[in-house]
Design a protein around this ligand. Structure first.
Ligand SMILES: Nc1ncnc2c1ncn2[C@@H]1O[C@H](COP(=O)(O)OP(=O)(O)O)[C@@H](O)[C@H]1O
Ligand SMILES: [Mg+2]
Length: 216
């Protein structure tokens, strides 16, 4: 049976004196579920992802993580993939993938084989010692996917992960992300403007006029 792993109830967010970006928003994320959020630029999708990942705080409302999740703090249960990759350009592929290991103060030696295996699985195993600035966009997003997976989080949050890629490269990243999520039974929270991509998820929401509504 699917379990609720992350639940937010009645959350709102306003920046300074601006009108609320969203208000009284509720969402449950279940184990092994794929959820897409779409909505026009500026509607608050990135802010919502950050709040759910505890990278930002809501102005009001409650976010609860299941007690069954293995890690504390909550953020450790989430692997993030960004539109513009957010890799350290001057560091190597391997150093980037091991960055969450450093932040969590875990030993590199333990995670090295897994980093290499993930990079191999992503099709960039030959680039482990390459400097990130030499990579193509598609290669960078594969490295970012490996970085998101290195600590084996239960959730993958992907914020327009194909937004900066050409059509063919975007297609391969989409297929790879969906395959990983299905194989590992992770929970995907995806922001995308790509209709077919969102429709390959179990649920599709739209964030519009400060409200989150189901569209599929
Ligand atoms: N830290 C911040 N301070 C003030 N305004 C912000 C901040 N972060 C985002 N915003 C504003 O909130 C709105 C929604 O931003 P964002 O969540 O990035 O939208 P989306 O991802 O849907 O394009 C934008 O108008 C943006 O300028
Ligand atoms: Mg955004």
């Amino acid at each position: 049976m699917k379990k609720v792993l992350l639940s937010c109830k009645g959350i709102s967010k306003r920046f300074n004196s601006s009108p609320p970006l969203f208000s009284d928003l509720s969402l449950d994320l279940y184990s092994g579920e794929k959820v897409a959020i779409c909505g026009r630029s500026g509607s608050g999708k990135t802010t919502l992802l950050h709040i759910l990942a505890t990278l930002d705080t809501p102005s009001s409302g409650i976010i609860t993580f299941s007690e069954e999740l293995p890690f504390s703090p909550a953020l450790r249960n989430i692997g993030f993939v960004f539109q513009s990759f957010h890799l350290l350009e001057e560091s190597t592929v391997l150093e980037n993938v091991l960055l969450p290991v450093s932040i969590a103060r875990l030993p590199h030696a333990v995670f090295l084989p897994k980093a290499e295996e993930l990079l191999h699985q992503m099709g960039v195993g030959h680039l482990v010692h390459q400097k990130v600035s030499y990579l193509s966009g598609g290669e960078k997003q594969r490295v970012a996917l490996a970085r998101a997976l290195i600590l084996d989080p239960q959730f993958i949050f992907a914020d327009e992960p194909t937004g900066n890629l050409d059509f063919e490269t975007a297609k391969s990243i989409k297929e790879l992300l969906l395959k990983i999520v299905d194989e590992t039974q992770k929970t995907l929270l995806l922001v995308t403007h790509d209709r077919p991509f969102s429709q390959s998820c179990d649920k599709v929401f739209e964030l519009n006029n400060a409200k989150l509504s189901v569209i599929n």
